[in-house]
Design a protein around this ligand. Structure first.
Ligand code: G3I
Length: 341
């Protein structure tokens, strides 16, 4: 039997995965068995985003999200709701909303309805996702434009009201990098100074092979924990395709929709090894700070499920996770599991 990540790190932190619709619907019992053996928390990869939950103004579709709640109950997995307020994957009707009143109505009703429905059913919410630019300033979005900077604090206040016992997180990528981290810290302090509760910060952790910013990650763990917050790695994966597969001619490739597979014979040995070393270094760091880190979630169960197969272009063959396309452990898995606590 393949060793279990959730068991190996039981004394350190929870181990989560993103789940897609097919996995939530348990189309494949062997896949369910594999998932529940490895992970004790789940984040919906897409099914709790606003476009899916509220396809038409005021009309909600909770079908798959409810199934996820059942899945969590049945398999004793805690659910992290993802995500209430995000500028992306918004309902298409939001493209036609151009007034402060309407944006505010959407914002308020969406949070109240969704957080209210899953009160006591999700363990936590990514209340606000990706509100910052790389330089630490607020990202332009429909929420910033019409509601102003305070929309972030307001989102936390409304979620807390609708679902008082749920942990509330701010989630972003690259927020381990100094400038963005400074912006993130300022945002968190603003929420706290308003007397509104925030329980944790998610560092997504979409990194590149051979380029893991270990120093910045460690500084971030310490600085976020200093604010009294739980620190989580919420969407971990390590991109392995060469830089030029997402470089200069990206626009041309976006329109050509070319299938790209630089490694038709599988991941080369040296890259496989570097991936393993990177995951090992990361988990060593996570374990060093296990008193501050409550969860490490992978963004997908195995390489076949990863969003990185379809970004920045569709149809790539990527290898960013610990398990291959047949759920077989990769060298990276064995390096990580050897660190067992
Ligand atoms: O479901 C439709 C399908 O009906 C349609 O035929 C197909 C063709 O376009 O698209 C399908 O929807 C796609 C969806 O994933 C489900 O596969 C969307 O186009 C695609 O945009 C969407 O991508 C998701 C992406 O967020 C959207 O921004 C990825 O799966 C998901 O992994 C990714 O997750 C985000 C986190 O939420 C936030 N942090 C970054 C992370 C990676 O981008």
């Amino acid at each position: 039997e393949i060793p279990s990540l959730k068991k190996a790190f039981k004394k350190a932190f929870n181990i989560g995965t993103a789940l897609n619709t097919a996995q939530i619907e348990e189309k494949d019992p062997a896949q369910t068995a594999f998932i529940t053996h490895q992970f004790n928390m789940a984040t919906p990869e897409n099914v709790m985003k606003s476009a899916i939950l509220q396809p038409k103004w005021g009309e909600y579709n909770f079908e798959i999200a409810d199934k996820l709640i059942e899945y969590g109950k049945k398999h004793s997995m805690k659910i992290n709701g993802h995500t209430l307020i995000w500028h992306s994957q918004l309902p298409s009707f939001m493209r036609n909303i151009h007034s402060k009143d309407s944006v505010n109505t959407f914002f308020t009703n969406h949070i109240k309805t969704v957080a209210g429905r899953y009160k006591g059913k999700v363990f936590s919410w990514d209340v606000v996702n990706e509100a910052l630019n790389e330089d630490g300033s607020m990202r332009k979005s429909v929420f910033l434009t019409y509601l102003g900077e305070d929309f972030v604090t307001e989102a936390f206040r409304l979620t807390q009201e609708a679902s008082p016992n749920t942990e509330l997180y701010y989630n972003d990528y690259n927020n381990e990098q100094p400038a963005k981290r400074a912006g993130c810290i300022a945002l968190i302090k603003k929420i706290q100074n308003a007397g509104v509760r925030i329980d944790g910060v998610g560092i997504q952790g979409h990194w590149h092979v051979g380029k893991i910013p270990l120093k910045e990650i460690e500084e971030s763990i310490l600085q976020y924990a200093d604010l009294g917050l739980k620190v989580m790695f919420t969407e971990l994966d390590i991109e392995v395709l060469p830089r030029d597969f997402q470089g200069a001619d990206i626009n041309q490739r976006m329109t050509n929709n070319t299938a790209l597979n630089p490694y038709p014979n599988g991941l080369p040995e040296n890259v496989q090894q570097q991936l393993a070393d990177d995951y090992e270094a990361l988990f060593k760091l996570f374990l060093k700070h296990k008193d501050k880190i409550t969860r490490v979630t992978f963004w997908g169960v195995n390489d076949a499920n990863s969003w990185l197969n379809n970004w920045p272009v569709r149809g790539r063959t990527n290898y960013p996770l610990l398990f291959d396309r047949n759920n077989q452990p990769k060298p990276a898995f064995y390096k990580v599991i050897a660190l067992k606590k």
